[in-house]
Design a protein. Structure first.
Length: 213
């Protein structure tokens, strides 16, 4: 197993490059703009299920943000999806979920946090950075996608992911909630979802984040 290295918030800068790095280029990621993301989503809403299957996933590398993979069509909703602590959206678990979202008439938009981009480039394992940095990254994706969603006529946005990714999404939602929200985004998600998330049930039968229980 490759050695585990230290990690810091500076890992977010790993996505600040114009060209898709190795191994993303091998997976078919090509340099793209946010305008191209908007065009892709708008086009996908017009395709039939058969046509979407034939087209397959869209993979673009967006400078200053990183990798974005799109499955399905934004007819019902858009799901901004984040991975767990140790593996990215390229794994079977995430890919199968993306296909399932497509079958339900939703668009699955998956990204990799900057530290994972760095980890894959170096071929060395590293722990994720502190939670505030990850929340900032997901918030940046929400803001970046705002024009694309607006062009679709207000398709609802949900944030979530697997394990750590869903935890980050839950903290982002919390930061956006309340009479005096900690954040103000041009495009705020309406909800979140959790996969492989460690819930804990207390005496009252209420689900609780076991990390804070």
């Amino acid at each position: 197993m490759p050695p585990v290295t230290s990690s810091s918030d500076e890992d977010r800068d790993a996505s600040n490059m114009a060209e898709a790095p190795f191994p993303y280029e091998q997976e078919g990621f090509c340099p793209a703009s946010l305008e191209e993301v908007a065009i892709e989503l708008a086009m996908r809403i017009t395709l039939s299920e058969v046509e979407l299957i034939e087209r397959g996933p869209w993979r673009g590398w967006i400078a200053s943000l990183g990798s974005l993979e799109i499955h399905g069509s934004p007819r019902r909703a858009i799901l901004l999806h984040a991975h767990g602590a140790g593996a990215g959206r390229e794994t079977g678990f995430h890919q199968q979920f993306g296909v399932a979202c497509a079958r339900e008439g939703m668009a699955w938009l998956a990204f990799d946090f900057g530290y994972l981009v760095q980890m894959r480039r170096e071929g060395k394992r590293r722990p994720p950075p502190r939670l505030p940095g990850l929340i900032d990254e997901m918030a940046q994706w929400c803001e970046a996608l705002a024009p694309s969603l607006a062009a679709l006529g207000g398709v609802p946005l949900l944030v979530g992911g697997k394990s750590m990714g869903s935890r980050v999404a839950s903290h982002l939602m919390q930061a956006l909630a309340g009479p005096m929200p900690e954040r103000c985004l041009e495009c705020s998600p309406i909800g979140w979802y959790a996969l492989g998330y460690p819930f804990h049930y207390g005496e009252a039968g209420k689900a609780t984040d076991c990390a804070s229980a």
